[in-house]
Design a protein around this ligand. Structure first.
Ligand SMILES: *Cc1c(COP(=O)(O)O)cnc(C)c1O
Length: 404
């Protein structure tokens, strides 16, 4: 078992108050909090070796380059990529997906089909719609049931020789569903389609092994795994990354430039134009070190306990309905109370120092599916406690009393 009270001391922000009440932070699916160990790495970078990478002969630049490349190798090892140049540093999941969607513009043509799941984040819908507009390809949706589980038989029927790409999140940020990505990937490969798995919501809860999964692309944002905002990664199989044209032109991504012609640099630099978020990349590596130090098995069992306890307590409130009741789910609870707007509940919880998310969670199609304007979403991390769940439950009861 985790010593959660000890772990909480690593997070300075968890000591603060909001509206005169101790902060109860339950918006971890939007962004995680940052431990002192990661904050120290960020501070050390700017205090000791801030320099641009890959270009300078001077000591600071060398040091920054070494640390940045060491972080890439940490990330490679964490996700078990075969090669470090299959890890591209990006500004986050959205950027990673756009690199792939843009790259496929030249590989997709009219008549081709792209499949996305019904429970995608907008960042995994809009880039593909834009790709379809540019190319004339068709976007098809893998539907889900009322529990928020994908209909895998329909998926099998949708896969044809026209299917070129399949996109799905590993875990839904709005419902918490853990999708059967092994099966999704395996089936897509039987028709020769490439698969991108959006791992933004999975990375805080479990470790994906990209070789074992045989996934073509996998994306992560550092700010959801105790790292800073504005940095993330795109894993891509070497053969795919070599096939895709670069997304942005600029410095760092070229081999040779003349006004007649430019040749691109090798991987990973081909996709890393301009000065990257150097400090962020290094801190991303430190964040994975921090989480591995705790251990993902311990994290998963702690979060599972929070999920079970909170689900059972919340369901005792009359009129409360939970959206997302998949058998395989992580510590996200989306709910509404009959007759009350989610925003009103969220506002009252905020007055009580409780941070939850309200709205469509960047997944409007899911809300349309359930015919609701949005939900209140409480998402738990390993540093949350059962006491905090009790504070949430009391807060929801109070909000219900005030609003009905
Ligand atoms: C957070 C999230 C994203 C977007 O990540 P950014 O860091 O905002 O780019 C995409 N997909 C899922 C499932 C997410 O949870």
């Amino acid at each position: 078992m985790l010593d959660v009270l000890k772990l909480r001391k690593d997070f300075p922000i968890l000591k603060r108050e909001v509206n005169g009440k101790p902060l109860v932070y339950l918006d971890n699916a939007a962004t995680s909090q940052t431990p002192q160990q990661v904050i120290d790495v960020i501070t050390a970078y700017y205090q000791n070796y801030n320099a641009n990478i890959h270009r300078g002969v001077h000591a600071l630049s060398q040091e920054a380059t070494d640390k940045y490349e060491q972080a890439r190798i940490k990330i490679q090892k964490h996700f078990n990529a075969a090669k470090s140049h299959e890890i591209i540093f990006t500004s986050g999941t959205t950027h990673s997906i756009n690199i792939v969607a843009n790259g496929f513009s030249s590989l997709i043509k009219k008549g081709d089909e792209i499949l996305v799941s019904a429970m995608e984040h907008h960042s995994n819908i809009v880039p593909w719609q834009m790709l379809c507009e540019r190319t004339g390809a068709e976007l098809k949706v893998i539907p889900m049931n009322q529990d928020g589980e994908l209909l895998m038989d329909v998926y099998s029927e949708l896969l044809t020789n026209q299917t070129k790409l399949v996109f799905c999140n590993h875990i839904s940020n709005a419902l918490g569903t853990i999708n059967p990505i092994e099966e999704i990937i395996e089936k897509a490969h039987t028709v020769g389609a490439a698969v991108l798995i959006d791992g933004a919501q999975a990375a805080p809860h479990l470790v994906a092994d990209v070789q074992k999964l045989d996934v073509d692309f996998y994306t992560v944002s550092a700010h959801k795994v105790c790292g800073p905002t504005g940095v993330g990664m795109l894993f891509g199989k070497e053969e795919w990354l070599n096939k895709l044209p670069p997304y942005q032109g600029g410095g760092e991504m070229i081999a040779e430039v003349t006004f007649e012609k430019t040749t691109y640099a090798d991987l990973p630099h081909k996709f890393e134009a301009g000065t990257p978020n150097i400090c962020g990349g290094i801190a991303f590596g430190a964040a994975l070190d921090y989480m591995n130090g705790i251990g993902f098995d311990a994290i998963a069992s702690c979060e599972h306990e929070l999920l079970e306890y909170a689900t059972q307590k919340l369901l005792q409130i009359e009129g409360l309905k939970i959206y997302g009741t998949a058998k395989e789910k992580t510590s996200v609870i989306s709910f509404n109370i009959e007759g009350i707007h989610p925003y009103d509940i969220g506002s009252i919880l905020d007055k009580l120092g409780i941070a939850v998310r309200t709205g469509h969670h960047c997944a409007q199609p899911i809300m349309d599916f359930y015919k609701i304007p949005g939900t209140v979403r409480a998402s738990f991390s390993f540093y949350n406690t059962l006491d905090e769940v009790n504070v949430l439950v009391e807060g929801v009861k109070r909000a219900k009393m005030m609003l009905s």
